[in-house]
Design a protein around this ligand. Structure first.
Ligand code: ADP
Length: 735
C-alpha cells in the first residue's frame, strides 16, 4: 500500500518535472510560428511594394526614352522644315539651323548632316553646285555603279561642335539608306535599323557601338512640294540609353532597348546595367518614328529605394530572440524549484558523507588515544584542557579539570624530582609550549591524594600544530618511576662491584709495597733485584686493573647517573686535573708537559662528570706524544652563542688520521696510531655522553702546525659560583 502511494507520488513528481520543459517548448513553438507569420506578411507586403516601385520606375524610364526620341525627331523636323523654306540653303544656313540641336544637348547624338541624293552621272555638277553654296573641302567620290548616291553636303559634329567631314556617301549603309528612302517616301521623320555608323567603322571593335540615324526629309513648302534632301542625325544607341536611363532611374534600373526592325526581328539597340542581381523585370513598348521599340527594365529590389526594408529581418530576429528568452525564462522558473531541490539533496548527501567520515576519524583518534600507554593532554590558548586520554588520567590519578595553569601544581601535586620543591609553573612543558617553546624529557614527581607514594614522570611539550586552527599545546608523558629505580639499583650495584673488585687490588698493592720495603733492607744481589722488579710490574698491573674498573664505572655512570648540575669554575677544575696528571713528574723531566691554560668561565654542569671529560682529554694529550717528547697542551675557552662557551684542548702530539676522526667518539674505537699506547677506547665515548647530556656537542680537528684539537660546548653558569673547593679527581685516566 505504501509502495503504491510512493509510485503514484513519484509519477506525479515526474509529470510535474516534465511540465516545465513542455511549457517552454510550446511557448517557443508558438513564438517562432507567430514571428514567422508576421515576418512572412511583412515580406509579401514588401514584395508588393517592390512591384509597385518597379512599375513606377519603368513607366518613368519609358516616358523618358519616349520623350527624348520625340524631342530628337521634333528638333530634326524643325531643322528640315527650315532648310526646305530656303531656296538658297548655304553652309552658313546649315550652321545656324543646326545650332539649336547642339544647344539642346542631345545625349548620344554624334553628327548631324544635310544629305542630298545624286545620280552617278551628276556628281560633278552636284559638287560644283554645293561648293558654290559654301561647302568647304567637298569631294564627292563616285562609287562606280549606277545606284543613286546619298552624299552628305554639310555636316556638324554634335559631341565636339567642330567641323565635320562632308561628302560621305550614306548609301554605303543599307540601314541608313532604307531609313532615308522611307522618309522621302512618307514625308515624315524615320529612324533606321541599328548598325555601326560609317564614321565609327575605322574604330577598334570595343569602341564601336550599335547606332541608328534619325532622318527628316527636306521638302519645299507650298502646294507642290519638291524633295531636296534629308537632315540626318547619327545616334550612338548605348550613349543615348545610358544617359536617359541613368537620369530616369538614378542608377537603380537595368535596361535594354530593343528595336523591331523592318523584318520584325528584335535587335538590341543598347543595354545598361545597374548594380545587384536582377529579381524584378518589366517590359514596355512604345513607337519611335516609323518603328516600334521595346524597353526592358530590370532591378534588384534590395537597391530599389522604397522597395525593400530590413523590417522583416529585424522582426524575425527580434521575434525569435524574444521567443527564446521567454521560453528560457519559463523553463528556468518552472524547473528552478526542482533543480534547487536536487542541489540540496546532493549537498545533504555530501554533508552526511563528510559527517560520517569525520565521525570515523574522531572514532579512530579516540581509539588511538585510548590505546596509548603514554598520557596525552591537549590545552587551548588559555590553558583549558581540550582533550586527554585515559592513560593521562590514570597516570595523574585524577581528571584533567584544573581551571588554569596556575592551579596545575597544586591540583595534580607536581614537584621537582627531589620530591620537595613544588614544580615552578613557568617551567611546565605545557605552558612553555603555549609560549612556542618545545621541551623534551622534563622530569617531575606527581604526588596527590590518589598517588600518595608519588610517581616520577617524564614530559614532552609541543605547541599545537597550526593545522588545528587554534592556538594550544600538547603534552605527552609517561611513568619513569621504575626506570629510575632500576638505574639507582644499577648505580648501587656498580658502586658495590667497583668497591669489591678494587678492595682485593688495594690489598695486593699493599702487600707488594710491604714486600718491596723489606727487600730494600735485604743485602743486594741479583735475586733481590729480580724480586723487586717483579713486585714493580705487579704494582703496575694492579694500577691498570684499578684504572680499567674506574673507566668502566665512569662509562656506565656517564649514561645512567642523574645529572647534578651546579655552577662550576672551569679554571680551578682544569688546574686540578692537570695537577693530577703531572704531579708525579718534576719540571725538567723528559716527558714533563708544557701546559698553557687561558682564562676560563664558570659553567652550569655536573662537576664530577665534567672532571671525567677534562681528565680524558688532558690525559690523552699527555699520553699521545712521540716517544721521548714532552706534551704541549693549550686549554682555552671562547664564546659559542648566547649562554654557551666552547672549550678547546689542543696538543702537539701524534695527531689523529682523518679516516679515524668520525669514529673515535664511538665506544672501544682506537686509531691505528694508538698501537703501543695503553688505552681502552672508552674515554672519548664517555666525553661525548657527558657533553651531550649537558646539551652540548663535542668534536675534533687537526691542530694547525701538528697535533690534535678537541672542542666541546657547555652552558654558561647563570648563578654565582658556590664557594666550595673542587673535589680531588674521582677517576684516574690510565696513562
Ligand atoms: P684510549 O683509551 O684508547 O685513549 P679514547 O677514547 O680516549 O681511548 O681515545 C680513542 C682513540 O682516539 C685513541 O685510541 C687514539 O687513537 C685517539 N686519540 C684520542 N686522543 C688523542 C690525542 N690527543 N692525540 C692522538 N690520538 C688521540
Amino acid at each position: 500500500m505504501r509502495r503504491g502511494t510512493r509510485d503514484v507520488a513519484a509519477g506525479g513528481c515526474r509529470r510535474a518535472r516534465l511540465l516545465g520543459p513542455v511549457l517552454a517548448l510550446l511557448l517557443l513553438i508558438a513564438g517562432v510560428a507567430i514571428t514567422g507569420f508576421i515576418a512572412a506578411g511583412l515580406r509579401s507586403t514588401q514584395r508588393a511594394d517592390a512591384d509597385r516601385v518597379m512599375d513606377q520606375r519603368t513607366a518613368v524610364a519609358r516616358a523618358a526614352v519616349l520623350a527624348e526620341t520625340g524631342r530628337y525627331q521634333a528638333l530634326l523636323q524643325a531643322v528640315a522644315a527650315g532648310a526646305g523654306t530656303d531656296d538658297r540653303f548655304t553652309a552658313a544656313d546649315f550652321q545656324s539651323a543646326t545650332a539649336p540641336l547642339r544647344a539642346a544637348g542631345l545625349p548620344g547624338a554624334t553628327r548631324v548632316a544635310y544629305v542630298v541624293p545624286t545620280a552617278p552621272e551628276k556628281i560633278a555638277a552636284t559638287q560644283a553646285f554645293w561648293r558654290g553654296r559654301g561647302a568647304t573641302g567637298l569631294q564627292l567620290v563616285p562609287r562606280g555603279d549606277p545606284e543613286e548616291h546619298l552624299f552628305s553636303i554639310f555636316a556638324r559634329e554634335m559631341e565636339t561642335d567642330g567641323p565635320a567631314t562632308a561628302g560621305v556617301d550614306v548609301a554605303a549603309s543599307a540601314e541608313a539608306t532604307a531609313a532615308l528612302n522611307e522618309a522621302r517616301r512618307t514625308g515624315r521623320a524615320t529612324v533606321s535599323d541599328t548598325y555601326v555608323l560609317l564614321r565609327d567603322r575605322g574604330l577598334p571593335a570595343p569602341r564601336q557601338q550599335l547606332s541608328f540615324v534619325f532622318a527628316a526629309p527636306v521638302y519645299t513648302p507650298g502646294g507642290d512640294p519638291r524633295f531636296r534632301g534629308w537632315i540626318v542625325l547619327g545616334m550612338h544607341g548605348q550613349d543615348f540609353l545610358g544617359s536617359v536611363l541613368s537620369l530616369a532611374s538614378q542608377g537603380h534600373l537595368d535596361g535594354a532597348l530593343l528595336a523591331t526592325d523592318g523584318d520584325g526581328r528584335r535587335v538590341v539597340v543598347a543595354a545598361y546595367t545597374a548594380r545587384g542581381t536582377v529579381d524584378l523585370r518589366r517590359e514596355a513598348g512604345f513607337p519611335v518614328a516609323n518603328r516600334h521599340w521595346t524597353l526592358i527594365t530590370g532591378a534588384n529590389s534590395a537597391y530599389l529605394p522604397g522597395a525593400r526594408t530590413s523590417l522583416p529581418a529585424i522582426v524575425l530576429g527580434g521575434g525569435l530572440t524574444v521567443s527564446l528568452m521567454f521560453a528560457g525564462l519559463v523553463y528556468v522558473l518552472a524547473t528552478g524549484r526542482y533543480r534547487a531541490r536536487d542541489q540540496v539533496r546532493v549537498a545533504t548527501a555530501e554533508l552526511r558523507e563528510a559527517e560520517a567520515e569525520a565521525r570515523r576519524q574522531a572514532g579512530l583518534l579516540g581509539a588511538i588515544m585510548a590505546s596509548l600507554g603514554d598520557g596525552v593532554g591537549v590545552v587551548d590558548g588559555n590553558g583549558a584542557f581540550l582533550l586527554h586520554n585515559p592513560a593521562a588520567k590514570a597516570l595523574l590519578g585524577m581528571e584533567l579539570d584544573a581551571d588554569g595553569p596556575d592551579r596545575w601544581q597544586q591540583h595534580y601535586g607536581l614537584f621537582r624530582p627531589d620530591g620537595r620543591t613544588p614544580f615552578p609553573v613557568e617551567e611546565m612543558p605545557l605552558l612553555r609550549a603555549l609560549h612556542g617553546e618545545s621541551s623534551d624529557g622534563v622530569e617531575m614527581l606527581v604526588r596527590n591524594p590518589s598517588r600518595p607514594d608519588g610517581i616520577l614522570i617524564s614530559v614532552d611539550g609541543r605547541p599545537l600544530d597550526p593545522s588545528a586552527g587554534q592556538p594550544g599545546a600538547v603534552a605527552v608523558f609517561h611513568d619513569i618511576t621504575e626506570l629510575r629505580r632500576y638505574e639507582n639499583d644499577l648505580a648501587v650495584f656498580a658502586g658495590v662491584v667497583a668497591h669489591d673488585l678494587k678492595a682485593p687490588l688495594a690489598v695486593i698493592r699493599g702487600h707488594c709495597e710491604t714486600a718491596d720495603d723489606e727487600l730494600a733492607d735485604a743485602p743486594a744481589g741479583p735475586a733481590v733485584a729480580e724480586a723487586r722488579a717483579t713486585l714493580t710490574r705487579i704494582g703496575y698491573a694492579v694500577d691498570r686493573m684499578a684504572g680499567l674498573i674506574d673507566t668502566l664505572l665512569a662509562y656506565t655512570t656517564s649514561r645512567d647517573a642523574p645529572l647534578r648540575r651546579h655552577t662550576v669554575a672551569l679554571g680551578p677544575l682544569v688546574a686540578d686535573v692537570i695537577h693530577g696528571r703531572t704531579a708525579h713528574l718534576r719540571p725538567g723531566d723528559t716527558g714533563a708537559p708544557d701546559v698553557y691554560v687561558g682564562p676560563l668561565p664558570s659553567v652550569d654542569a655536573d662537576p664530577d662528570m665534567l672532571r671525567h671529560v677534562l681528565d680524558n682529554l688532558i690525559g690523552n694529550a699527555v699520553k699521545y706524544v712521540q716517544p721521548g717528547r714532552g706534551a704541549r697542551i693549550d686549554v682555552t675557552a671562547a664564546e659559542a652563542g648566547e649562554g654557551w662557551t666552547r672549550i678547546e684542548v689542543a696538543d702537539r702530539g701524534i695527531g689523529i688520521p682523518d679516516e679515524d676522526k668520525p669514529d673515535i667518539f664511538e665506544s672501544f674505537h682506537r686509531a691505528h696510531t694508538a698501537a703501543g699506547y695503553a688505552g681502552t677506547g672508552l674515554g672519548l665515548a664517555i666525553c661525548r655522553r657527558v657533553v651531550e647530556r649537558h646539551g652540548g656537542a663535542i668534536g675534533v680537528t687537526d691542530n694547525l702546525g701538528g697535533g690534535t684539537r678537541f672542542h666541546f660546548t657547555l652552558p654558561l653558569a647563570t648563578e654565582p659560583e658556590p664557594a666550595i673547593e673542587p673535589e680531588p679527581a674521582a677517576v684516574e685516566q690510565s696513562v
